[in-house]
Unconditional design. Sequence first.
Length: 345
Amino acid sequence: MKVGFHDPRTDPAPPGWPEFFDLARLHPVWDYDVMGLDAWTARNPPVLGTVTDDAGIVAAFSVLVCRPRLRYRFAPAPGHRLLRPFWAEVCQPWLSGYPGLAFAPRVPAAERRPLIRDFERVLRRRLGPGLLGVLYRALGEEFAKDVRGRGRLVKHVDSVAVLDNRFGSEDEWIASLAKSRRGGLRRQRRRFAADPELVVKGGPGREDLDSAEIAALIQAHRERHGRFALDVRTMPSAAFLHRFLRRPDVHTLTYTGADGRLLAVNTLLDHPDSLAKQHWGTLPVDEGGRQGLLFDSYIHAMRYATRRGVKELTAGRGLPELKATLGFRARPVYSAAVPRPVLGW
C-alpha cells in the first residue's frame, strides 16, 4: 500500500481519482477542483490523502491542517512548514453529517482499520513533530468502530437529520406528516405561489446568480445564529461560489423580492443515493425577510428527491426538533480524538 498526500492548490489530482470518485459515490464537495477552489481561500485548507494498491485508490481522506486562531486569516503558502503546534482534522468542511474518509467498494470492512492506521503513520511523518493529533469528525457508527483503540477518545457528539424517501411525490410526503404540519405546508405553498412580490427559482448549474450577494447572506445568517464550538472552517467566498454554483450537480434555490433583493438561498448537493441540503441563508423578518421560507425549501427539496428517486435526503445537524416534524430521523454521528503518541497504533 502507498499513502500519498495531494495539495489541491498546486498538485494535480492523484491518478485514478475520477474513477474512485464515481465508485465511492462521493458528493460534489469531494471533486478535486472544488477542493482546490475551497483551499485557496481557506484558513485551514483541505489536503487530499489517498491510499493506493496495485489496482488503484482504495481509501481517501479529506484532511484540514489546523492552526490556533492567532493572527493569520489565510493559510501559509503551499510548502510552508508550520512551526507552532497544530492539529489535523479529517472531515468534509461543508458536508454536514458525513465523514471525511471514504473507501472503495471492494475494501472489506475488516480491512478499513489497518488502512486508517497506515494513513495515520504517514500523516504523522509528513506533518512533523508539531502535529498534536488527529480529530475525526462526523463519523457514522461503523467508521467510529474502525478508529477506536487504546488511547483514542470516541464520543457520540451529535446527529444528522435524515429523511428516508419512501414517497412517490412531495404530496405523498406532506400527507405523511402530522395534521398541523401538513396543513401549514399546504397553505404556505399556495400563499407563496400566489404572491406576485416573491420570485422563487431553483435549478442546477445556475449562471444568473450574484455570488457575492449569496456569500454575504450565508455568512450573515451563520454569524447571527452562532458558530459551532471549535469550528475551523472558513466561510465560502464569493470567488468559490461563483464557480461552485455553476456545477450541474449543485442545485441552488433562491427567493427574491419584486425589487430583486435576495431574501433567502439554499444549495442542494445532487447524488444518486443521498441528496444533501447544504448552505442556507435568509434575511431576518425585521430586515425585510419572509416567514416560512425555510419550510418551503424543504418542499422544493422533497419535490426533487421524489422525482429523482433517491434513497434519502439529509439536512445537517441543526434544528432537530423542527426537522422531526418534517419526518426526519436522527442518525448519530461521532467524533474521535487521536493523540500523536497513538497515531498509527
